[in-house]
Ligand binder design. Structure first.
Ligand code: ZN
Length: 853
């Protein structure tokens, strides 16, 4: 049946209520090649009639590439966690397609100051990256991508020919395929034949965790810089392969808004972004305004959104000679929704996204030479910026944690940052050849390097859209130093080699030792325990003879006795070699239990480790990204399975089968509190982070006490109404970095070597130190701020507060962590604390955790 409802609403011709054929969207001034398939020919419905699923979206893109090979080349960038392809269409004129590789190479030379001067940009195409719906439940972008791709494939005439000659389009129809698929299923399954526009309807209220996130419940639009996720990693390869001049990022915002395009708030542009970037953004904005005016759509600029955090798609390009543009369309969420601006239809949202894709194309063509020149000058200027900057290079590396060092170096290489090996051990012993690298600031990526390493304490504004600091060496907990003179450089690192694992000293008939410092040590030990191997942890230090002489072992060293196993010595060695190799870590074979100093290996100071059986409370009310960070850490990095329990499931089942329960920030109104407390009293380890800490205290599970920040305003002050949002906003903690002082002898601190651990705080949970002097292993001193923005009132509350408090509750332990130790999966400096809570929470002795008798 071919029956399309065609009802236009009364107040706006543009705001049509129902699904539309292509005439509603496309400029009628052009003709279209009839041999190019229209979306409906492939996806079986009109654009905007249903929410396109990712599978059908890809089918359509493939069909276009097949039908218009002279204009479109389809590439598969990689696959998501759920195995969906990330496709990229490279769209340009037939003439350009024939020389695509040559065009790419010429273009990329613009970013190489040693080659760029001689390039002639007179006829050089501009490179435009168009990206859609990184938040899967902001679907108008991905749905509009079918229109833009059709237009670029099928439009006929001089106008399109000239456009395609001047522009190479890298076209990414869906930044977040798994999220788009999840959301489209939701929206479609709730669609009524007679569209229901009541915002209370289930169609507009997704179940947890919603379609915004990727598979692991992460916001991919915070991952451009850390690039933890496969989606980002695949995409970054193509970004750097082409070095686009403009990158657009099509989003949606609240349903009662209109349409936003950048520039955003001027005072919140990252200071590393050149003024010229914002100037060009504003020039491009004229095109968006004109195109939206033409179709009668309302919009706003210079408000709400900013260009500060380089992990966002519209900001990441800004520090690399490119211009990132954020678009935010008011969301219909489902198919048609009642809003304060009247009825908002899905097709109307799609039309605005398509229209601004056209305005970007037009702007890119018109401003082509200016953008190309800007890119060339940006990279040429890197040497001057380096000369004017006091720090000449950074050194980083952790000789005790090679994996973490490797992960950090890998992250830098993804951004095409050049790094060099350390040529020799440093005399201060802080950095060693083989486990440390140098980053020179005198290189094309100078500005981005600073965006990764800088500690920031000065800001023009006190309101932020996202976090205020992300200083990566602090986040990774990686020793690093700012060098004011260029040191001797070792070989340039072309490809990184993850250090090999081994058993030093070969087979032992007595015991093996493993230092806990390495990032993946918990993964290795879990695998061994799971394989039936008895492992113990040292609660004291010791010095013992190993193959190559004596060696000092720290608190938290793992000891595996040989004779106590059910396996024979040969089988045990095979198991240990396998994990050493898999996790690239070093075990030491020892021949004796007799130490030179400290505890002998048979001492009771070596405590047997119990296998963690982990469950995490998830579902409605729980902060999905916080929970996702735990899931990702355990599943992707540590290979530890964890059960995800809904609150109602917890209430129904016998929780005794788990010895470790995790609750991240969230609202736990539906959980059976008595059952939870009984479970802890019975010997469970309850790990709480952020607001879950205050929830547990308020509900009588712990006796943690809290500090409050002083109010910034009082009734004696003369304040004006219009300033309130700024004043209130300044009291938010958007996210900053604080250094906690650590008791390195405490089980929660095993594996740390530095007295100060950098933690990330984006909440107002300020714990008092415990009355028990041994129960606050991580605490903030009188000067805790390391990087980021925080108001004086909040800083005062953080000063001398507790970062981690341990509570003994019956036979169980509650580990209260006021901040987020796993933030966005790049806070590897906090993962150790979190893994320690899982492995060693239950060995903390009661007298060091009890606050009342
Ligand atoms: Zn968004």
């Amino acid at each position: 049946m071919r029956k399309i409802l065609f009802v236009c609403c009364l107040f706006s011709i543009a705001n049509c209520l129902s699904a539309q054929d292509l005439k509603y969207y496309l400029p009628d001034s052009l003709t279209y090649n009839p041999s190019i398939p229209k979306p409906k020919d492939i996806i079986y419905h009109e654009v905007g009639e249903w929410h396109v699923t990712h599978d059908r979206l890809v089918n359509y893109m493939k069909a276009l590439a097949t039908a218009a090979p002279d204009r479109i080349k389809l590439e598969t960038m990689g696959f998501t966690y759920e195995g969906r392809p990330q496709v990229l269409l490279i769209i340009t004129s037939p003439k350009n397609q024939q020389h695509l590789e040559e065009i790419r190479q010429q273009h990329v030379k613009l970013t190489d100051p040693s080659q760029s001067s001689s390039l002639n940009i007179e006829n050089m195409p501009i490179v435009l990256y168009i990206g859609h719906s990184i938040h899967g439940n902001e679907p108008s972008g991905a749905n509009a991508s079918m229109l833009t791709a059709y237009y670029l494939a099928a439009a006929q005439g001089k106008q399109i020919d000239e456009l395609l000659d001047d522009v190479v389009v890298l076209f990414d129809p869906s930044f977040n395929p798994d999220g788009l698929q999840r959301f489209s299923t939701w929206a479609n399954q709730h669609k009524s034949k007679n569209l229901v526009s009541d915002p209370n309807s289930r169609e507009f209220n997704e179940v947890w965790p919603g379609g915004r996130f990727n598979h692991y419940w992460f916001d991919l639009n915070r991952d451009w810089l850390p690039a933890v996720h496969v989606e980002s990693q695949n995409r970054l390869k193509w970004f750097h392969m082409w070095k686009p001049n403009i990158l657009t990022d099509h989003h949606e915002q609240g349903s009662n808004a209109t349409f936003f395009f950048q520039p955003g708030v001027a005072s919140r542009v990252n200071p590393l972004t050149p003024d010229k970037n914002q100037e060009l953004t504003a020039k491009l904005a004229k095109f968006h305004a004109a195109f939206l005016d033409r179709i009668g759509s309302m919009y706003f600029t210079k408000e709400n959104y900013d260009d500060f955090y380089y992990g966002k798609g519209s900001t990441y390009p800004d520090v690399q000679g490119c211009i990132g543009i954020l678009f935010e369309q008011a969301s219909s969420r489902g198919h048609l929704q009642q809003t304060s601006n009247g009825l908002l239809s899905f097709p109307f949202t799609i039309k605005n996204q398509f229209t601004t894709a056209l305005s970007t194309l037009e702007g890119a063509k018109a401003l082509r030479k200016e953008f190309l020149e800007y890119q060339r000058n940006f990279f040429k200027g890197a040497a001057d910026r380096a000369a004017a900057f006091a720090t000449k290079a950074y050194v980083f590396g952790d000789k005790n944690d090679k994996a973490k060092t490797f992960e950090f170096a890998t992250m830098l290489k993804r951004h095409q940052i050049e790094i060099n090996e350390l040529p020799d051990n440093w005399s201060d012993k802080d950095f060693e050849k083989g486990s440390a690298f140098i980053v020179s600031l005198n290189q094309p990526q100078h500005s981005l390097i600073r965006g990764i390493f800088d500690k920031t304490l000065e800001y023009k504004d006190s309101l932020f859209y996202d976090i205020t600091a992300w200083t990566m060496p602090l986040a990774f907990g990686l020793p690093s130093k700012d060098l004011v003179a260029m040191p001797a450089l070792g070989a340039k690192v072309e490809s990184l080699n993850f250090p090999k694992g081994e058993i030093i000293g070969g087979r032992s008939s007595y015991a093996y030792l493993l230092e806990w410092d390495e990032l993946y040590a918990p993964a290795a030990i879990y695998e061994l325990i799971n394989g039936g191997v008895l492992t113990k942890v040292a609660t004291n230090t010791f010095d013992i003879a190993i193959n190559s002489g004596n060696r000092k072992f720290d608190y938290g060293t793992i000891m595996i006795p040989v004779k106590a196993q059910t396996d024979d010595a040969e089988t045990l060695m095979t198991k240990i070699s396998a994990v050493a190799e898999k996790y690239r870590i070093r075990f030491y074979a020892v021949k004796t239990g007799n130490v030179n100093s400290g505890s002998d290996l048979g001492s009771a100071r070596f405590v047997t480790i119990t296998k963690p059986n982990v469950a995490m409370i998830v579902g409605q009310g729980v902060n999905a990204t916080d929970a996702g960070e735990v899931w990702h850490l355990l599943d992707q990095r540590m290979n530890i399975p964890a059960t995800h329990l809904e609150q109602s499931t917890f209430n129904r089942i016998d929780p005794a089968q788990y010895n470790t329960l995790i609750m991240v920030g969230g609202n736990y109104a539906d959980i059976n509190k008595d059952k939870l407390k009984t479970w802890v009293q019975g010997g469970g380890t309850l790990i709480l982070t952020e607001e879950a800490v205050s929830w547990a205290a308020q509900n009588g599970i712990t006796d943690v006490r809290f500090k409050r920040a002083k109010s910034a305003t009082d009734s004696t002050q003369k304040l004006v109404y219009v300033d309130r949002p700024e004043i209130d906003g300044a009291q938010q903690i958007y996210g900053a970095i604080f250094g906690a002082d650590v008791d390195l002898t405490h089980p929660l601190a095993y594996g740390y070597n530095q007295k100060t651990v950098s933690l990330f705080k984006a909440n107002k949970v300020f714990m008092e130190k415990s009355k028990n002097a041994f129960a606050t292993p991580f605490s903030y001193g009188s000067n805790p701020l390391q990087s980021g923005w925080v108001s004086k009132q909040n800083l005062d509350a953080i000063k001398n507060s507790a970062a981690v408090v341990v509570n003994a509750v019956g036979n169980g332990r509650v580990i209260n962590i006021s901040d987020n130790p796993n933030f966005r999966a790049f806070w590897l400096g906090g993962s150790k604390l979190f893994m320690n809570a899982i492995f060693f929470g239950r060995i903390i002795d009661a007298a060091s955790a009890r606050t009342q008798e």
